[in-house]
Design a protein around this ligand. Structure first.
Ligand SMILES: Nc1nc2c(c(=O)[nH]1)N[C@H]1C(S)=C(S)[C@@H](COP(=O)(O)OP(=O)(O)OC[C@H]3O[C@@H](n4cnc5c(=O)[nH]c(N)nc54)[C@H](O)[C@@H]3O)O[C@H]1N2
Ligand SMILES: Nc1nc2c(c(=O)[nH]1)N[C@H]1C(S)=C(S)[C@@H](COP(=O)(O)OP(=O)(O)OC[C@H]3O[C@@H](n4cnc5c(=O)[nH]c(N)nc54)[C@H](O)[C@@H]3O)O[C@H]1N2
Ligand code: SF4
Ligand SMILES: [Mo]
Length: 774
């Protein structure tokens, strides 16, 4: 029997069991609830991921419909950047169910996670925006598209007339397609003449883009799923992989079970750490120290790849010199990682046949996030584990389309599409020729800077697409005040979010289930997104709204569909040169760079050359960096708070909170506290506590757990309304000096028993810990 057969047998077995349970349950109900019991059955044994066998047979669930009445559309998931594809079963405007179709799912095969598989109810929520809204005397009223778009055009033009072209700014959305993002940057640049455009990538992996651009060239991961499934070794840090990238985690865990090594460095013993060859607890905010310590150990013990360093890199001597102070003793003092753990990780990583270096926000969301990423690139380069199919750099990206829409398409203050710089004459001339206007040659403001500029009165009008800034920005009380004080705000979303409530005009967009286009995954795979259901009311695709707004200013772009927009992207963006919708329909997915129609795409980068002027990778020494706040040594705020995600929730909850099933797992803000710390504080499990920082105070349910170390607490970023939001505590001032990401991952706090209890309905609560089972 081949491996393949064994796998099929396992999967088939699992499917049979799932099907059996689903059938038993589905017989109890009929009509529109046909899926309900199936979901609950599946969910009850789903634990953390919906992997392999967690399929149920769609045919059973659909038995109440005539199959000819049901549409099946292959599309790409609208939650995270793993890039899972699946079939959507739908009827008219309703999503009936999701089923992975391995033939059309190169990244996930037959796996999805709980959000992808069950988190679709938001699309059919009664709360969806269906008509444009205009605010009059403080109240919204419905308006026609013409009136609403005229009002947006007028609002933004008046501000430009008075304050100049940089008096307005744009926030584009990584939730929307490549085509929609391409048009948003075109709108900002061609129509409004400003580079004040950015997106949530700023709050996320902007240090990854900045760090990798300087060291290896492309601001993206170098390897694909092949590596994630087959590497001999993984070094994972700052990534809660099982909760934030569940399908990738399943692949890695399987390979580790089959014998691969995995080293996890994280301040919290997150679930992936339980599978690790070695888990090292690190003090948050000191990642340059232990990473440089590893690199130093490797060089000191002659474990580095001399041939690779000689042939393919520059800067080794400077790096080596800069590493001197990162002795094992120093690493232990600053980060808590003992010398023997450092040694074991260094030796295994260096000696492995192949290794993938994986990271996420634990590395990036710091006032020195870019230095962290550069340190990681240096480490990988010293071991020579970059540029092969199974070895390389793997930042797991965030939003469904943050790689493509948030980066490749250029809705960034310094970049045209394809990372061509607005400050480079050649690039600017190319876009000036294409757009027929003179374009600004100075970089615009990043998101966080846009807010600070608005606070100073420099920016007076904003257009925010698909971003719920009043919860996702740092120090939200301040962000909210800024948004409220703008002279003009337009918001384009699928819900009337708390950000949209401050808008003068709200534009209703189509959800990922209602639009056509492409998303680009974390592994650089460009994949099709297809309309599976009719949109509610008069909601329109994001790209159509942008095109109609440009028309108000006399720009007739004339795109009839997203495929035509992609043709223009092909012409202007070399890395997307040959990626057309036609090819994607037949080939499934194409990883960029894909230079022309005959190019097959690039599953892994840097096979022969790095994407730098000299073709070499550049090692750059980094320094001892610590979090700004923790270095203040303030007795009033003795604990380090870190913020992040849980499996069942998505960011500000606009999508996941529409689902009672998902909500029942995570209806309330909680704070993880180590038992020793809890004892010191006199706090017990399930007690309400106040968490207070220099910026604000929130009330959360204490969850006493060994997951964080002593003195470190974790608060999920997802907002639950009652006790407050994590971002009432974070600060917007200490930004990474290169990428301008805020320090979301370390905030000084104190914890005290709560003075008052938040008003929470706990009747439906299934768990307070995000539904984890570890
Ligand atoms: N369920 C779910 N999945 C998601 C999302 C979601 O909202 N919900 N969002 C998506 C998006 S946009 C993104 S960007 C990704 C984010 O994916 P992750 O970055 O994996 O998510 P976070 O929860 O922010 O986890 C950060 C990890 O960093 C660790 N950490 C904290 N401080 C430090 C530190 O100083 N150093 C180190 N080395 N580690 C630290 C935390 O303990 C945690 O394990 O997830 C994506 N997937
Ligand atoms: N404390 C703390 N704060 C953080 C983080 C953290 O780790 N800690 N992480 C940061 C990171 S990595 C990120 S990515 C941000 C996320 O921050 P946001 O991007 O603000 O969070 P979302 O809730 O995903 O908001 C997306 C919005 O897009 C809307 N939307 C969904 N689909 C579509 C569509 O197709 N079209 C349109 N027009 N709108 C759509 C949704 O309704 C929602 O309002 O948060 C950041 N903030
Ligand atoms: S892992 Fe990400 S892309 Fe895959 S189903 Fe889950 S949310 Fe969607
Ligand atoms: Mo993100």
């Amino acid at each position: 029997m081949t491996d393949d057969d064994t796998e099929k047998k396992g999967v088939a077995g699992f499917m049979a069991r799932a099907k059996e349970q689903a059938q038993t349950a589905s017989r109890k109900l009929d009509g529109s609830e046909a899926f309900q019991p199936v979901e609950h059955v599946a969910e009850s044994f789903a634990a953390n991921t919906m992997s392999e066998g967690r399929l149920f047979d769609m045919a059973d669930a659909l038995s109440v419909y005539r199959l000819s009445d049901v549409d099946v559309t292959d599309t790409t998931c609208g939650y995270c950047a793993v890039g899972c594809r699946f079939d959507v079963y739908s009827k008219d405007d309703e999503v009936l169910g999701i089923r992975p179709n391995p033939e059309k799912a190169p990244i996930n095969g037959i796996s999805t996670c709980v959000k992808g598989k069950f988190g679709y109810k938001y699309a059919n929520s009664d709360d969806r925006l269906t008509e444009p809204l205009i605010k009059e005397d403080g109240e919204f009223r419905e308006a026609s598209w013409d009136e609403a778009l005229d009002r947006v055009a007028e609002g933004l033009s008046e501000i430009q007339d008075e304050y100049g072209r940089n008096g307005v700014s744009f926030v584009s959305s990584s939730k929307t397609s490549n085509e929609a993002n391409y048009l948003m940057q075109k709108l900002a640049r061609q129509v409004f003449g400003t580079n004040n455009i950015d997106n949530c990538n700023r709050l996320c992996h902007s240090p990854t883009v900045a760090g990798l651009s300087q060291t290896v060239g492309f601001g993206a991961g170098s390897v694909g799923v092949e590596a994630l499934e087959n590497a001999d070794c993984y070094l994972i840090t700052g990534s809660n992989t099982t909760e934030a990238h569940p399908v990738i985690a399943t692949r890695i865990k399987q390979n580790v079970k089959d014998g691969a090594d995995m080293f996890v460095f994280d301040p919290r013993k997150v679930q992936i750490a339980q599978f690790a060859t070695q888990y090292s607890r690190v003090q948050p905010g000191y990642d340059t120290v232990w990473i440089n310590g590893l690199t130093r150990h490797i060089i000191e013990n002659d474990l580095h790849d001399e041939e690779f360093i000689e042939e393919r890199t520059v800067g080794f001597d400077e790096l080596k010199e800069g590493l001197e102070k990162f002795t094992p003793e120093f690493v232990e003092e600053k980060t808590g990682v003992p010398p023997e753990e450092l040694e074991r990780a260094a030796e295994t990583v260096a000696n492995a046949d192949s290794c993938v270096f994986c990271w996420t926000l634990g590395l990036t969301e710091h006032s020195h996030g870019t230095e962290n990423v550069i340190s990681m690139a240096n480490l990988a380069l010293v071991t020579g584990h970059v540029g092969t199919e199974h070895s390389g750099l793997a930042p797991f990206r965030g939003q469904n389309n943050v790689q493509g829409g948030g980066g490749d398409m250029g809705p960034l203050p310094g970049n045209f599409p394809g990372y061509q710089k607005v400050t480079t004459d050649d690039a600017r001339e190319k876009f000036e020729d294409a757009y027929g206007v003179e374009l600004p040659d100075e970089e615009g403001y990043t998101i966080t800077e846009q807010f600070l500029a608005a606070d100073r009165g420099e920016i007076r009008g904003m257009f925010i697409e698909g971003e719920n800034v009043v919860y996702s920005e740092p120090n939200v009380a301040h962000a909210e005040e800024i948004v409220e004080n703008l002279e003009f705000l337009a918001v384009q979303d699928i819900f009337l979010t708390d950000t949209a409530k401050y808008a003068d005009v709200v534009l209703p967009a189509n959800s990922p289930f209602e639009t056509n286009g492409t998303y680009t995954s974390s592994t650089r795979h460009v994949q099709l997104v297809k309309r599976a259901i009719d949109p509610p009311g008069n909601a329109k695709p994001d790209w159509v709204i942008t095109q109609e707004l440009a028309e108000r200013f006399g720009y007739d772009w004339g795109f009839r569909n997203p495929s035509e927009i992609m043709d223009e992207v092909n012409d202007l963006t070399p890395i997307y040169g040959g990626i057309t919708h036609e090819r994607l329909e037949t080939e499934g997915s194409i990883p960029w760079p894909c230079w022309d129609e005959d190019h097959p795409g690039t599953p892994y980068l840097y096979d022969e050359e790095f994407n730098t002027a000299d073709g070499k990778a550049h090692m750059i020494p980094t320094h001892v960096s610590g979090p700004v706040e923790a270095d203040m040594d303030d007795e009033d705020f003795p604990l380090a708070m870190t913020t992040g995600r849980v499996l069942y929730q998505y960011h500000t909850g606009t999508m996941t909170n529409r689902d009672a099933g998902i909500r029942s797992y995570t209806d309330e803000l909680f704070v993880e506290i180590n038992p020793a710390t809890a004892e010191e504080l006199g706090v017990s499990d399930a007690q309400y506590v106040d968490v207070t920082s220099r910026k604000g105070s929130i009330t959360a349910l204490a969850q006493v757990t060994e997951r964080p170390g002593e003195g470190v607490v974790f608060v999920p970023m997802h907002y639950f309304g009652q006790g407050g939001a994590a971002n009432e505590l974070t600060d917007e001032e200490h930004l990474d000096d290169q990428a301008h990401v805020p320090e979301f991952k370390v905030t000084d706090v104190r914890i005290t028993p709560a003075e008052t209890k938040p008003d929470v309905d706990v009747s439906e609560r299934a768990a307070t810990d995000g539904g984890r089972t570890d």
